[in-house]
Design a protein around this ligand. Structure first.
Ligand SMILES: [Zn+2]
Length: 439
């Protein structure tokens, strides 16, 4: 995933939107750690759309190189960003190929958080007499926002990532109808999602099958949003006696910390979740759930008799605690590995999903005899058709759409669709391109 990082200049102000890390095998590459194309000391503000690391991951570097301005986001984004940056610092510090001990420091993360102010959706922030900014709900993860700038009466909208509404927990993406210039994401610009109608039924059936076989069900998952969605669904299944009570382990320190932050921001949940909350105060907690924060607790999971469920990071089995569980449990045909969606090419998760019976997991050959199942429909991004509908809502006022943040194929496909179906001017700018808008 490419790190999101845009520079917007208007009325003498230099404003960044996001400062993300490019993720994948190349965390150490110059793409992340080479010089910025602007001078961080000259930047007045940084607006952060949401707390995913491909949107916040280079903030410590920005601080290190002299950025001293204010950072703005919604309050959940600010609260989630702390643990996300801490976690990335932990991962980077273990990498022996490159040394970021000067850049990715606790001190730089602390400075960032001290420069960081939060404000709510739709509150106007006046930057100059002619320029103001506000956040609109993007519906992607808790607190996620689009950034709307109004300059001389013209509206310029940076979408950040756009959520796959309707979501279980979040309100739908805000509908916009009066935008002049749109800078929009295109991660799924060329693909539509599988149906998610049967998702819950499939989860329930997988848990029940595993229970009957007295097996271990491992669910590798992402710590932010996906884990909380799963807990919310499991809570519903257990509380309504749809599945038997059994030990369910949330074995991810990051997911545990992030879930605590979700509990503090219930006002950012959608109406459904608010209603559920009125009946059950503990939407992410239910009989049988154990949150194993410390590694000693994690090791004890092996001692707990089957059947049991283990939810652990990372989402694609390329690191984190899930690796130990997979090595231990995948050789047993009574066990199940449940993948929640797309696995990137080259990850162990992808090889397992493709049906390989011997997979190298963090340096160890593992025989895969467990049941392998995938539940689709968990994507946090709008698909191609929904991205197009989002543009269509405001097609009458649009002067131009800039399609960004997707693989080139995906971005170009969406550009073509916007031109052909909506007759709106669209392009896919390249990295470091500069565009002047008529405002
Ligand atoms: Zn995101």
């Amino acid at each position: 995933m490419t790190g999101s990082n845009f520079l917007f200049e208007a009325d003498g102000k230099k404003i960044l939107i996001d400062c993300g890390l490019t993720q994948g095998d190349n965390l150490g590459d110059d793409v992340n750690w080479g010089p910025f194309v602007y001078d961080p000391k000259e930047i007045d503000f940084l607006f952060v759309t949401h707390a995913h690391i491909d949107h916040v991951g280079r903030i410590p570097k920005l601080i290190h190189e002299g950025f001293n301005g204010k950072i703005y986001s919604t309050s959940p984004t600010k609260d989630l960003a702390g643990p996300m940056l801490d976690d990335t610092m932990g991962i980077l510090s273990k990498n022996r190929n490159f040394d970021l001990s000067d850049i990715y420091t606790e001190k730089n993360i602390k400075s960032a958080l001290s420069q960081w102010a939060s404000f709510n959706y739709k509150n106007d922030l006046k930057i100059t007499d002619n320029l103001s900014a506000s956040f609109l709900n993007a519906g992607h993860i808790l607190g996620s926002a689009m950034v709307l700038f109004v300059f001389n009466g013209k509206k310029i909208l940076f979408t950040g990532d756009l959520g796959n509404s309707p979501s279980m927990l979040l309100p739908d993406t805000e509908r916009v109808t009066d935008i002049d210039y749109l800078i929009m994401e295109s991660v799924y610009g060329d693909r539509n999602h599988e149906s998610r109608a049967d998702r819950r039924k499939f989860l329930e059936a997988t848990i029940e099958d595993n229970y009957k076989r007295k097996g271990v069900l491992i669910i590798p998952t992402f710590s932010l949003e996906r884990s909380q969605e799963l807990l919310f669904e499991l809570n519903d299944l257990v509380e309504n006696h749809r599945i038997p009570v059994m030990p369910i382990f949330l074995d991810s320190p990051l997911a545990i910390r992030l879930t605590d932050i979700f509990k503090q921001h219930k006002d950012y949940f959608n109406e459904n979740a608010q209603r559920a909350l009125a009946q059950d105060k503990h939407l992410f907690n239910f009989p049988g759930l154990h949150s194993t924060l410390h590694s000693s607790e994690s090791k004890m999971i092996n001692e707990v008799p089957n059947p049991k469920v283990i939810i652990a990071g990372s989402g694609m089995s390329s690191g984190g605690r899930v690796v130990h569980h997979e090595r231990h449990y995948l050789p047993d045909p009574n066990n199940t590995l449940l993948l929640t969606g797309y696995q990137s090419v080259g990850t162990p998760g992808r090889l397992i999903q493709e049906g390989l019976k011997k997979v190298n997991i963090s340096g160890e050959e593992v025989d895969v005899r467990a049941h392998i199942v995938t539940i689709w429909g968990y994507s946090g991004h709008k698909d191609s058709d929904h991205l197009l509908s989002f543009v269509e809502n405001t097609q009458d006022t649009l002067k131009k759409v800039f399609v960004v943040m997707g693989e080139p194929k995906s971005a170009m496909f969406l550009v073509q669709k916007i031109r052909d179906n909506l007759a709106v001017n669209a392009s896919a700018p390249q990295k470091n391109d500069v565009v002047t808008l008529q405002c």
